[in-house]
Design a binder for this molecule. Structure first.
Ligand code: PEP
Length: 249
């Protein structure tokens, strides 16, 4: 972990029922969490209100997506204004499932980030390469392309946390080695230094995501440039998510 405050996000994706979420919330409410860690969970939209009304204020709430501008005639979308209205502080944007399953492109994601920030939501900005791209030696190229799309769009990096999530590690049980993650985090920080500013490079948190669990988080957290985690599967289990939060050294 670096010098910034450790940040751990739980991405619940399209999982849960009123009942299972009530259990997860009560497990989180009773967990002992390291005080010096920012903790955020991202429930499915339809359960955000339930979670907001039952979860301890110690944990902030993120949405898993947001519309690119002001609400209106956009069937099926959820606006940033609505997310703020129900108490969200953050939004996850550019997640690999939205890039590769839903087909969102760099420009669209950049615009969403810019709008969310302009309205005061924090953005968890996801980047990361496919297995094929890693095998072809294109990991940095892809991450830098994702970074550039965010950089071209956002007015400021103050409220942005970058999540490096190699697509081959997401939901696969194949976690990146601490060194593999550290190497990309250093490259991304260096990119920020060259293309944005030394200040933004040093203060922006870069978190790792991809099969993080209660058994591998401590080793990853030891890396100098890993400033936290974005956790999918293991964030659905309260005690294990607490272990990950508490793995900061
Ligand atoms: C994610 O969805 O952001 C993620 C990292 O998932 P998992 O932890 O399940 O690999």
């Amino acid at each position: 972990a670096g010098s910034g405050k450790f940040f751990v996000g739980g991405n619940w994706k399209c999982n849960g029922t009123k009942e299972s979420i009530s259990k997860l919330v009560s497990d989180l409410n009773s967990a002992t969490l390291e005080p010096d860690v920012d903790v955020v969970v991202a429930p499915p939209f339809v359960y955000i209100d339930q979670v907001k009304n039952s979860l301890t204020d110690r944990i902030e709430i993120a949405a898993q997506n947001s519309w690119i501008g002001k609400g209106g005639a956009f069937t099926g979308e959820i606006s940033v204004e609505q997310l703020k209205d129900i108490g969200c502080k953050w939004v996850v944007l550019g997640h690999s499932e939205r890039r590769h399953v839903i087909g969102e492109d760099d420009v669209f994601i950049g615009k969403k980030a810019a709008y969310a920030l302009s309205q005061g939501l924090g953005v968890i900005a996801c980047i990361g390469e496919l297995l094929k791209e890693r095998e072809e030696g294109k990991t940095n190229d892809v991450c830098f392309r994702h970074m550039k799309a965010f950089a071209d769009a956002v007015p400021s990096w103050d409220n942005v946390v970058i999540a490096y999530e190699p697509v081959w590690a997401i939901g696969t049980g194949k976690v990146a080695t601490p060194q593999q993650a550290q190497d990309v985090h250093v490259s991304v920080r260096d990119w920020l230094k060259k293309n944005v500013s030394t200040e933004v490079a040093s203060k922006t948190r870069i978190i790792y995501g991809g099969s993080v669990n209660g058994s591998n988080s401590a080793e990853l957290a030891k890396q100098e440039d890993i400033d936290g985690f974005l956790v999918g599967g293991a964030s659905l289990k309260g005690p294990e998510f607490a272990t990950i939060i508490n793995s900061v050294t």
